[in-house]
Design a protein around this ligand. Structure first.
Ligand code: NAP
Length: 538
């Protein structure tokens, strides 16, 4: 063992995105704990630090995609557009971190690759890729749900001599698309945002689509000066609306079923909400993700829109999703996505007809022998979602048990917040919690508040060790699956919600699908009962 200095703190948080920053503030300024963040990047932002691809923008509305724990921040920060762009969110998080003096308590440029529970000392011992060692009594992961980039294996990719970029790890410099032929692989939310922006610049753009996706127009626009003053006069109303909803947005589906609404009325409702744009389109009726018939009607409504927008009928057909019900994969919202296929410099390549076979020095070669000559290859191929970034931490719990072994058949958590065999570890927005099905800052604040309240309870009762009970985690995980099975969500057989986008990953529906409002009540009941489901000791 080297005699290297170990940085010991009462609590360590991994990640300086939305969740890590708020957690640091709570532990340091509310509980007076000696707490630090360890962050791989050289700045704050988390997902918004890395995902700076062209067109990157949030799909939650800006006045809701922000912290609500501090009214001064809400009043001071003025959002400029309906949906905030990556740069604006990153500026916002820098502003928050500066305002709350958080940066002095962050170790930047340190990527943690191993976290080991030392049973004898009852502390977590962490090692970074640079070889530094940290330790702490409590460890909180704030690593995000969509942070571990999926880099699909493509034969002979290393022979490609052009530029290669991944939307999830975009370089911190302007990429020049002018006079270049570009291929984008992937038509999830990231691809759907990047494609229209790249198309405007590139000489030629090839969109390599494996599965077509539903997308709803975002209808983004600049916010009027009066928006902010009106918004801050009703902060409490917005807060209540968000926490009272399934998805953490300030709206919920009215109590009306599409299948019980006559054709004229439902068309009018859908048209009206399509014009308003954004994720609230999904909330036009309250049975969209529960009833196959209702879902087919809304799915067909979107397919018709695609046919109306896209001039070439064959391209429109290829862009029309038929393999999954609308809303069972995370619905992207877009600006001119389908319209982009009417441009002369854009060609849709349907990988369903002919998958990618390999690459050579300046081409992508398809199974049918077609060769696509490109200068730049953009992978918008998503993430090893929810579990990927946790598993990359190299977590080893009690009796040497590795997280990847414990989760071999799928993630097991209690409330999405704690894992049996991994004492004194909390996972903000972990699998088994609503997280990715919601407006993330609401789920994050709920988790951070709950963890903070739990740590306060432990401190007040002179307790130092806590661990989720195996039986409660088993029951919770089964319950999460049961809830998902009552919806149409598992019908998107290849979605990342199920882990199905990563070869070899167990197929388990990972997020809690019963709504943030209900989940919050369940967490409060656990706390009120003296943290049932946890072993607590001194
Ligand atoms: P994604 O939804 O997983 O989409 C990945 C795309 O890449 C899919 O079209 C997929 O096709 C394709 N793909 C994957 N591997 C491939 C391969 N080997 N060959 C060809 N195609 C391949 O990933 P994402 O677009 O990054 O979005 C992930 C999530 O991040 C979103 O659902 C959303 O929650 C979040 N996000 C949000 C925003 C926003 O707030 N606006 C923006 C970006 C991302 P298949 O469908 O056939 O697998």
């Amino acid at each position: 063992m080297s005699n290297q200095k170990i940085q010991h703190h009462e609590a360590l948080i991994i990640g300086a995105g939305f969740s890590g920053l708020y957690q640091l503030y709570c532990l340091r300024d509310q509980l007076n704990l000696d707490a630090k963040i360890i962050e791989a990047a050289d700045g704050v932002g988390g997902t918004w630090y890395w995902n700076r691809y062209p067109g990157a923008r949030c799909d939650s509305e800006s006045h809701t995609y922000c912290y609500y724990f501090n009214d001064e921040i809400l009043k001071e920060w003025k959002w400029s557009e309906r949906y905030p762009a990556q740069e604006e969110i990153q500026n916002y998080l820098n502003y928050c971190a500066d305002k709350l003096s958080l940066k002095k308590d962050i170790y930047f440029n340190e990527r943690i690759c191993s976290c080991f529970w030392d049973e004898h000392k009852e502390i977590w011992s962490l090692t970074s890729e640079s070889g530094k060692i940290y330790s702490s009594k409590f460890l909180i992961t704030a690593v995000g749900c969509l942070s571990s980039t999926n880099k699909p294996e493509i034969s002979q990719l290393s022979a490609f001599e052009g530029e290669i970029y991944y939307t999830g790890e975009w370089p911190h410099k302007k990429i020049e698309f002018r006079n270049k032929s570009v291929a984008v692989i992937g038509t999830g939310s990231s691809g759907i945002q990047a494609i229209p922006v790249i198309a405007e610049e590139a000489k030629q753009l090839f969109v390599l689509q494996r599965t077509p996706n539903f997308s709803v127009p975002a209808r983004n626009h600049k916010l009027e000066e009066s928006f902010h003053s009106e918004f801050i006069s009703k902060i409490e109303m917005w807060r209540e609306k968000m926490f009272d909803s399934r998805h953490g947005h300030p709206w919920k589906a009215p109590p009306r079923k599409l299948c019980e609404t006559d054709e004229r009325e439902r068309s009018a409702i859908l048209e009206n909400n399509w014009e308003k744009g954004g994720l609230r389109f999904r909330e036009s009726f309250d049975d969209i993700i529960l009833d196959e018939y209702s879902n087919e009607i809304i799915s067909e409504f979107i397919r018709k829109k695609i046919y109306e927008i896209v001039e070439d009928a064959e391209t429109a057909k290829s862009l029309s999703p038929v393999d999954h019900p609308f809303g069972t994969k995370r619905p992207p919202i877009d600006t001119n996505y389908f319209e982009t296929f009417n441009r002369n410099n854009v060609e849709l390549i349907n990988l369903k007809n002919s998958p990618i076979k390999s690459c050579d020095k300046n081409e992508i070669i398809l199974e049918d022998g077609k060769k696509i000559s490109v200068d730049i290859l953009v992978f918008a191929t998503g993430f090893d979602a929810m579990t990927g970034s946790l598993q990359k931490l190299g977590l080893i719990g009690k009796n040497g048990i590795r997280l990847e072994d414990f989760w071999r058949s799928g993630p097991q958590t209690y409330l999405g917040l704690a894992i049996p065999n991994f004492p004194n570890l909390f996972t903000i927005t972990g699998p088994g919690s609503p997280s990715v099905l919601t407006n993330m800052p609401r789920s994050i604040e709920q988790h951070v508040d709950w963890i903070t309240q739990f740590l306060r309870y432990l401190m007040n009762s002179n307790m130092t060790k806590v661990e989720a009970k195996a039986i409660d985690a088993e029951n919770w995980t089964e319950y999460v699956t049961e809830i998902a099975n009552k919806t149409l969500m598992p019908k998107a057989g290849h979605s990342w919600y199920l882990g199905a986008n990563i070869p070899g990953k167990p197929r388990v529906f990972m997020p809690y699908a019963n709504g943030l409002n209900n989940y919050r009540d369940e967490c409060e009941t656990v706390a009120a009962g003296g943290y049932t489901g946890f072993k607590i000791s001194s």
